[in-house]
Design a protein around this ligand. Structure first.
Ligand SMILES: N[C@@H](CCC(=O)N[C@@H](CSS)C(=O)NCC(=O)O)C(=O)O
Length: 288
């Protein structure tokens, strides 16, 4: 089986870029040295990164749009798109003059259907990305240490199982030419002042505790944390904040496991529809 250690955007795969809109020009900077980013903002002032945090209210899901705005083709990717908001997201991408290249999932979601399959049916050049450990269908399967490149930017893959066995966290690159501070898209592994449940889909509180402590809490404290959901109105946190204030993961492992065993959350309403669909990247998926 083919393994993608480093997934590079190739300009030959894509149609000519759409005309630039004034909006996409707003974040470009001439320097290629370490860029600045406004903290706690949903849009970046980085020299190259265009960033948007998008929300789907029925499942309280965040979708993230990232693009290399300095690259001539403006290659872009979506993390955790939702089927219900695909048209909104594609319209935004078109308005910003971006070229969507990847639709990526942090895991096989249980509470909503991913937009990946629908996106692929509307924009056939888009490649779906998910972890190999998820067992789900996708164009590209990634695992710990792989890098997904889009233009001159890249995301590093960190395996963070526990909410599901195949959960991964996408983290912006650690080299000086990548956005600073770093950004971690943790899916449901780590929520703001919370974490993903561990009571179905191969979940394990023991595994989740180890994942968060070894793969997320070891990132620089100013790393911006962007979760797949929020139910309380939060939009972004930092590793430092969660290290200090997360009511579950600041506890020792035994206490954490006890908390997770007694969450008493209601069964996910969509699980019987969402999981089978998401195993094939959404019911509209064209991949085999
Ligand atoms: N009400 C929602 C389910 C809410 C829920 O269980 N969310 C998940 C992430 S989506 S599977 C979760 O891990 N929550 C953790 C928590 O502490 O809330 C529904 O019916 O789908």
């Amino acid at each position: 089986m083919l393994r993608f250690h480093s997934l590079r955007f190739s300009s030959s795969l894509f149609a000519p870029p759409l005309p630039l809109s004034p909006v996409s020009i707003s974040i470009t900077k001439p320097t290629r040295l370490t860029p600045r980013m406004a903290s706690y903002s949903t849009s970046s002032s980085s020299s190259k990164l265009l960033f948007r945090q998008l929300f789907e209210k029925e499942s309280s899901t965040y979708t993230y749009l990232l693009a290399d705005a300095s690259h001539p083709e403006k290659p872009a990717l979506l993390i955790d798109p939702v089927d219900k908001t695909v048209d909104r997201d594609l319209s935004l991408i078109q308005q910003l003059g971006l070229k969507l290249v990847y639709a990526m999932n942090t895991h096989v979601h249980a509470d909503h259907v991913t937009g990946t399959g629908l996106i692929k049916s509307k924009v056939p050049v888009v490649k779906s990305v998910i972890s190999k450990a998820s067992g789900a269908t996708a164009d590209l399967h990634v695992e710990q240490g792989d890098k997904v490149h889009f233009g001159d930017l890249f995301l590093e893959i960190r395996a963070t199982p526990g909410h599901t066995a195949g959960c991964i966290t996408y983290v912006t690159g650690d080299t000086p030419d990548q956005p600073q501070p770093r950004m971690a898209f943790a899916g449901d592994a780590l929520l703001i002042r919370g974490c993903g449940r561990t009571d179905f889909q191969g979940g394990s509180s023991e595994q989740l505790y180890k994942s968060v402590h070894s793969q997320i809490f070891t990132l620089p404290k100013d790393t911006l944390l962007y979760p797949a959901h929020d139910y309380k109105g939060f939009t972004v946190s930092t590793v430092g904040e969660e290290l200090q204030y997360n009511p579950r993961l600041t506890k020792d492992e035994e206490t954490f496991k006890n908390i997770m065993a007694n969450l008493s959350l209601s069964y996910s309403k969509m699980i019987d529809i969402a999981v089978p669909a998401n195993m094939v990247c959404g019911i509209q998926s064209k991949t085999s």
